[in-house]
Design a protein around this ligand. Structure first.
Ligand SMILES: [Fe+2]
Ligand SMILES: [Fe+2]
Length: 356
């Protein structure tokens, strides 16, 4: 059937007569890499599910609310609108194979979704991964987060589960690029820029009285907004060096030069990967449109506004990723969502906020 018309999304159970779901999705991955692959199975199959990581993009527990499936389809539709050209999607599908969604993040998502899991059990799950625990404690004990603790449970009680979950995701993803050639891009500088943008985006969302999930999505969007740079730089290090050189010579923004060279930019690439991985739609949109928030439209405050402004604020605070010109602020968009004069207030709040 797929030979005639490849499907945009393939949803499969793990247990099927005649074929194992993981094997089936592996086959789909080989033959139709552009299709979004989703495993739909019971929590009892969690271990098999984790073994299936890489074969599937997303996992949906069986049964799950219809909205979850609807959200998965909406994310796929968004990826198609971000990357309308199948050749572009093919390139992203290739990049998707060089980086994987950290298994610990998946476990946390599942534990947080289940209302019965106590915080202690979630802290224990993180603590089993000694490398991740050390990195998370290092981050939360930095002056930036302002904690002094050697306990993951304490870090959770300060930061909240969602913030911890997204830190685990970002640390797990960024660390996969440690020993790769990145075409002149500095991993540590980008990490610093990303955490600062996350901090600023969270603060802006709080300042606007956004709902708790919007505050968390702003943090996640800030943390992951430039992930596409790592994907492009690691996949095409020589070309990416040219991107950086051209941007410096022309005093242009990197995404403009990325478009000149690749035909698409890091916002499209990063958000497409996050969409495939099943992150919340608002996070995917915040990453996709962090340079062009007006494309989302609407007249109310949404996480993309926080990430758009935060990306600018941290760079004008001289905390930028080395020598890149400040991004353009879309003042008309901010006026449309009722934040015409908010930038100076956000800047002042950020200057006065020592830690998250
Ligand atoms: Fe960016
Ligand atoms: Fe940025």
């Amino acid at each position: 059937m797929m030979e005639r018309t490849p499907f945009d999304v393939v949803v499969s159970d793990l247990r099927m007569p005649g074929m194992n779901g993981v094997e089936f999705l592996k086959e789909v991955r080989e033959r139709y890499p552009l299709s979004t692959r989703i495993i739909y199975s019971s929590y009892a199959d969690q271990q098999v599910m984790l073994g299936g990581a890489g074969k599937a993009h997303q996992f949906l527990p069986k049964p799950c609310p219809t909205e979850w499936l609807r959200a998965a389809l909406q994310r796929t539709a968004l990826i198609h609108s971000l990357l309308p050209d199948p050749i572009m999607r093919q390139k992203v599908a290739k990049m998707e194979r060089v980086v994987s969604l950290p298994a610990l993040y998946l476990q946390l998502v599942r534990q947080i979704q289940s209302v019965e899991t106590p915080i202690g059990a979630i802290a224990a799950t993180v603590s089993e991964d000694l490398g991740m625990t050390a990195q998370i404690l290092k981050i939360v004990n930095s002056a930036f987060f302002g904690l002094s603790t050697s306990s993951i449970a304490e870090a959770i009680s300060h930061l909240g589960l969602e913030t911890l979950k997204y830190l685990v995701l970002a640390v797990g993803v960024f660390s996969q690029f440690e020993s790769r050639k990145l075409g002149g891009l500095s991993l540590s500088t980008l990490w610093q820029h990303s955490t600062r943008t996350a901090h600023a985006a969270k603060l802006i969302a709080k300042s606007e009285g956004a709902a708790k999930n919007q505050v968390e999505d702003s943090f996640a969007g800030g943390l992951l907004h430039d992930l596409g740079k790592l994907l492009l730089a690691s996949q095409y290090p020589e070309l990416y060096e040219t991107v950086g050189r051209n941007a410096r010579e022309k005093n242009a923004e990197w995404f403009v030069e990325e478009r000149n060279i690749f035909g698409f930019d890091h916002a499209q690439v990063g958000s497409s990967l996050l969409g495939l991985w099943g992150l919340p739609l608002t996070v995917v949109e915040a990453v996709a449109y962090h340079h062009s928030p007006a494309k989302i439209g609407g007249r109310s405050f949404v996480p993309v506004a926080a990430v758009h402004a935060a990306n600018l604020l941290v760079q004008t605070q001289r905390l930028s990723h080395g020598g890149i010109p400040s991004p353009q602020l879309d003042r008309d968009y901010l006026a449309n969502i009722g934040c015409a004069n908010a930038l100076d207030r956000w800047r002042a709040e950020l200057d006065n906020a020592p830690a998250i």
